[in-house]
Design a protein around this ligand. Structure first.
Ligand SMILES: [Ca+2]
Ligand SMILES: [Ca+2]
Ligand SMILES: [Ca+2]
Length: 449
């Protein structure tokens, strides 16, 4: 209860601040927005074509900003752009009546309240469905968002972002027709791993077509073999720095004409140099990949990457601005405990919890006496995801519910408790009080003013 009240106060304050900011922003806009927007897009388009070795880093949002809106929704596209992405990656499939719509899986089961194959739904039928929050899943909440058409997506991004069209190489002609209709051919970044002739033939259809060629261990030698225009970028998929496609000579060869795109979400796409590794230490992730020459990164952590790109120190990422923050990694538990299972989740080192009665003990060094907000960075793919209690020398907190984050890869900081702590070293324990299916990355303490 106590936690909920504090939350509401916090939200009210944020809302008031936002209203003020919006009013100020709208009052200061005096120029015709269409001219400003298309100039802005021209710059963005030139940036994509800038293939110099040290061309500025561009951020691609994987399935849009799914941390705040359903993946592949119009809300996710708009939010990704607002959060700093220049490129928004979406997945495209055809309905039964041949309309390109945004959907990652071949069925609607994971991300909507419907079941069945996308290709069995007409547009009218698929529009009846509602998207689930985040990355979906059986127990994820429904939202008011519906499945967007590619046309709606292109209009949402028009003049504002490049749209990376994934999953749709086979339906490239249908997608191209939508881009022509919405006057956004120069906004669409087609991608695929067809043979060079097939890709070159498609690119030759229209000089405005932007194409990115995906290469892996077996296709590294296709670089620089396109007969006419070269791809605007190559997406390099690698799982080891010894792979031929990630060697310095290969990168140099790509950079003669194209940008270097790396997908940093998972181990099998970017070796060990993932988003989660970067959140631990950027020298274990993004820094390594960009030093190798990658200058477009596709991420599940747009806000964090934008913060880092702007010169932010990742040690302070997710910390409350102006407050002192202390983090205790879940894997750094003290000897003892019950059922503590540590694992590596694409670069996040976590404790997996599931049985009632499990617990782990920790030590935290508090730099300054005061009231601390205590949060846990967790992920869970189900609801309910269990409950925990914090223990301070026999003094137990109220029961804290772990919220569904819609996927085990979808970590988020969840507010747990508030506690006055004296300066110095404290020990505490995290107890699982109801069967729980979550992963705990770290426990964070933010000093309240
Ligand atoms: Ca945001
Ligand atoms: Ca995709
Ligand atoms: Ca951790």
């Amino acid at each position: 209860m106590k936690i909920k009240k504090l939350l509401i106060v916090g939200l009210a304050a944020t809302t008031i601040a936002n209203v003020g900011a919006t009013q100020q922003a709208s009052a200061s806009i005096a120029t015709p927005s269409s001219i400003t927007d298309s100039n802005k897009f021209d710059k963005l388009h030139s940036k994509l074509l800038d293939h110099r070795k040290n061309a500025p880093l561009m951020i691609t949002a994987h399935r849009g900003q799914w941390r705040e809106y359903p993946e592949n929704s119009l809300g996710a596209i708009k939010e990704a752009i607002k959060d700093g992405a220049e490129i928004v990656e979406i997945d495209v499939m055809l309905t039964a009546d041949g309309v390109p719509v945004l959907m990652h899986d071949s069925t609607v089961d994971r991300t909507t309240n419907g079941t069945g194959k996308v290709s069995d739904f007409t547009l009218a039928e698929i529009k009846e469905l509602r998207l689930k929050e985040g990355l979906g899943g059986k127990t994820a909440k429904l939202t008011d968002y519906t499945v967007p058409t590619l046309e709606e997506a292109m209009l949402a991004a028009k003049d504002r972002a490049i749209v990376n069209l994934d999953k749709g190489w086979k339906i490239r002609e249908e997608m191209y027709d939508v881009l022509v209709k919405t006057d956004t051919v120069d906004h669409g970044l087609f991608k695929g791993s067809p043979n060079v002739e097939e890709a070159a033939e498609f690119m030759a259809m229209d000089p405005e077509i932007l194409y990115m060629h995906i290469i892996n261990d077996n296709t590294a030698d296709t670089v620089d073999t396109f007969p006419g225009r070269q791809p605007v970028a190559y997406e390099i998929i690698f799982n080891d720095l010894k792979n031929p496609q990630i060697q310095p000579e290969k990168i140099q060869q790509i950079q003669k004409n194209s940008r270097v795109f790396v997908n940093v979400m998972w181990y099998d796409l970017a070796g060990k140099y993932t988003d989660e590794a970067s959140l631990r230490d950027v020298n274990l992730g993004w820094k390594v990949v960009t030093d190798l020459g990658a200058n477009i990164l596709q991420t599940d952590n747009v806000e964090a990457m934008d913060y880092w790109r702007d010169g932010g120190n990742m040690k302070f990422w997710d910390a409350q601005k102006g407050n002192r923050t202390v983090r205790v990694q879940a894997e750094d538990y003290l000897p003892g405990g019950q059922g503590v299972d540590v694992s590596d989740s694409n670069g996040a080192i976590v404790v997996n919890s599931n049985q009632e009665g499990e617990w782990a003990k920790y030590e935290v060094n508090i730099p300054k006496s005061g009231l601390y907000k205590i949060s846990g960075r967790v992920s869970a793919s189900v609801a309910p995801a269990g409950t925990i209690r914090l223990e301070w020398d026999g003094d137990f907190s109220e029961e804290i519910e772990v919220e569904n984050t819609t996927n085990n890869r979808a970590f988020e900081l969840q507010e747990w408790d508030y506690r006055y702590l004296e300066k110095g070293t404290h020990t505490f324990a995290v107890h699982i009080t109801e069967p729980s299916f979550h992963q705990l990355d770290y426990i964070q303490f933010d000093l309240q003013k």
